[in-house]
Design a protein around this ligand. Structure first.
Ligand SMILES: [Zn+2]
Ligand SMILES: [Zn+2]
Length: 205
């Protein structure tokens, strides 16, 4: 599924409240609902798309790594070009499913370069159908608040990346919906990059 990069337009009317996990004096779990505008709800529902997009951009063409710029304008240009290339790759795979198989980012970038640089119009690579690479459909990791899946029992909420990779006990209130409830992760807003780590390395052993 294509991460939602559509324009961020929302209202300040009230949205679904966020549900905070709290414990009373006897140690019983309860949820406190905190009102929030629709705009804030939408932001927290979709914020993970940014990390997924960054990951594709930096893992594929990675222009900022490949091109050692000496002028700041070039650096900005490299990032914007990388963002555009990533968008086009996602569109190619997701909007034309009826016409071709899913292709890898490497295949796409290579053929894009050929198509843009070859002057021989009769010999454009783009006229060739994409190969049958049979790559698995890109798994989209989606962060969701633990409080959304209220199963009425205490779930462990130690971040799996903090505990297994950084050997730290860090409480986190989000998990990856794709990988399941055991995949508890720090929210990117905390400044810890556990979610980005998860996208790149799946679940650490
Ligand atoms: Zn995941
Ligand atoms: Zn963490």
């Amino acid at each position: 599924m294509l991460p939602r990069h559509d324009l961020f337009c929302e209202t300040t009317l009230s949205g679904l409240p966020s549900r905070k996990r709290r414990w009373d004096d006897e140690g019983n779990l309860f949820f406190r609902e905190v009102a929030r505008p629709k705009l804030v709800q939408r932001y927290f529902d979709d914020a993970a798309a940014i990390d997924i997009h960054n990951h594709i951009r930096q893992d594929g063409l990675a222009l900022e790594k490949a091109w050692g710029t000496h002028e700041w304008e070039h650096r900005v240009y490299a990032s914007v070009l990388g963002i555009i290339e990533t968008n086009v790759y996602l569109i190619f795979n997701n909007f034309f499913r009826a016409e071709h198989d899913q292709v890898s980012h490497t295949w796409f970038t290579t053929n894009l370069v050929f198509a843009l640089t070859k002057n021989d119009v009769n010999n454009l690579q783009e006229n060739e159908p994409p190969p049958h690479e049979h790559i698995p459909h890109m798994r989209e990791h989606i962060l969701e608040a633990l409080s959304k899946s209220d199963d009425r029992k205490r779930v462990q909420h130690k971040c799996i990346v903090c505990s297994r990779v950084h050997k730290k006990q860090q409480k986190a209130s989000y998990f990856c919906k794709t990988c399941g409830l055991r995949c508890v992760l720090c929210f990117p807003q905390t400044g810890r990059n556990c979610f980005t780590y998860h996208i790149t390395n799946e679940i650490p052993a």
